[in-house]
Ligand binder design. Structure first.
Ligand code: UT7
Length: 323
């Protein structure tokens, strides 16, 4: 038994800012942002929250899957920007969609979060514990950005994507994932330090901090290695793969990975131009778009691959089963 994706959904905040707007916020230029990242605009939450976008994406995915919310046995929400420390975003989604029979939890693996969520659901489904799961990537990273730091504030956007998966004979073929805590600090976001009666400190919020070039080098090395290891394990080659849905961080990263894999860029759909880097949400948002546009056809093999904070990375290889 494996899992298949049977429905998808997404939600972006209504408001967006383009690169020209950012020129009025920090010392940057549309030319720098476009040429170094490929990003032209990003959606930012105002009324929306991490949970409200997750709920909207989840509702769309449930409708698209044509199931009842009561059929869902597991909800995993990948996020590093929840609205509450607890309850988990997954429990908030459970309540809002009426998934009364689900066990619900959040998963923290930064931009690899959605891949880790799929791979975790796969383990539960393969073990025969659950049959139907709702998987979500949702972020309001704009809350963790220092809007005076031009090296990070131009990169990220808010949004959510979701998929419903269920046990099946066809679908997910294999997976590969890993972490390297030793390099964790090259991309980090700290909570305020502990302040209590024994140790009184001013609670200063932490912001996303990144050694951009280190993360870039990590991504362009690790992702192709991970994809090739996965293909080798499953006795498949690049020729078998129709689509690569990569985490949407930087168009230069995607171009470089395509080059290292010796694969045409046309196999790498991208939407980061419009949304920026939405962390755990980027892959499910892209998945929803290629699914609803009819770009992916039944029988196509696709690889989804994420990389990011932790450091973490992961990929899964699927056969698309929706008509
Ligand atoms: O989701 C996973 C996590 N994130 C990533 O995958 C991001 C990976 N890294 C990257 O995408 C790239 O490293 C960045 C886009 C973040 C940066 O691009 P880069 O080509 O590596 O630029 P850099 O950091 O080497 O900076 C080059 C110059 C510096 O100026 P000097 O020292 O050469 O005078 C920066 O201060 O560009 C400057 N700079 C900017 N200039 C205008 C940095 N940010 C900006 C900016 N506007 N927004």
């Amino acid at each position: 038994m494996t899992l298949e994706i049977i429905g998808t959904g997404k939600c972006l905040p209504k408001a967006a800012i383009n690169n020209q707007f950012l020129e009025t916020v920090v010392d940057t230029s549309d030319e720098w942002i476009s040429s170094r990242t490929g990003i032209h605009k990003r959606h930012l939450a105002s009324k929306e929250t991490t949970a409200s976008m997750a709920v909207e994406a989840a509702k769309q995915a449930i409708e698209n899957a044509n199931i009842n919310a009561e059929d869902i046995e597991l909800i995993i929400t990948a996020t590093i920007s929840p609205d509450y420390a607890f309850p988990s975003t997954a429990c908030m989604v459970q309540q809002a969609v009426g998934a009364v029979n689900a066990v619900s939890m959040d998963l923290s693996a930064a931009c690899s979060g959605f891949i880790f969520a799929i791979n975790t659901a796969y383990a539960y489904i393969r073990a025969g514990i659950y049959k139907t799961a709702l998987l979500i990537g949702t972020e309001t990273l704009s809350r963790h950005i220092d809007w005076a730091d031009r090296s990070t504030c131009v990169l990220f956007g808010d949004g959510a994507g979701a998929a419903v998966v269920k046990s099946s004979k066809r679908g997910l073929i294999g997976l590969e994932q890993g972490s390297d805590g030793q390099k964790g600090m090259v991309l980090n976001c700290r909570y305020p330090e502990v302040s209590n009666p024994l140790n009184q400190r001013v609670a200063v919020p932490g912001y996303v901090q990144m050694e951009g070039q280190e993360v870039f080098k990590f991504a362009v090395k690790k992702v192709p290695e991970c994809i090739d290891a996965l293909l080798e394990k499953e006795h498949m080659t690049h020729a078998d793969i129709s689509w690569y849905l990569l985490h949407q961080a930087n168009i230069r990263i995607i171009q470089s990975i395509a080059k290292r894999l010796r694969e045409p860029l046309e196999k790498f759909p991208s939407n980061l131009e419009q949304y920026g880097n939405t962390s755990a949400a980027s892959i499910p948002i892209l998945l929803d778009e290629v699914h609803r546009s009819g770009q992916i056809k039944k029988g196509d093999k696709l690889i989804m691959a994420g990389f990011g904070g932790g450091l973490t990375w992961g990929a899964c290889l699927l056969e698309w089963t929706i008509d």
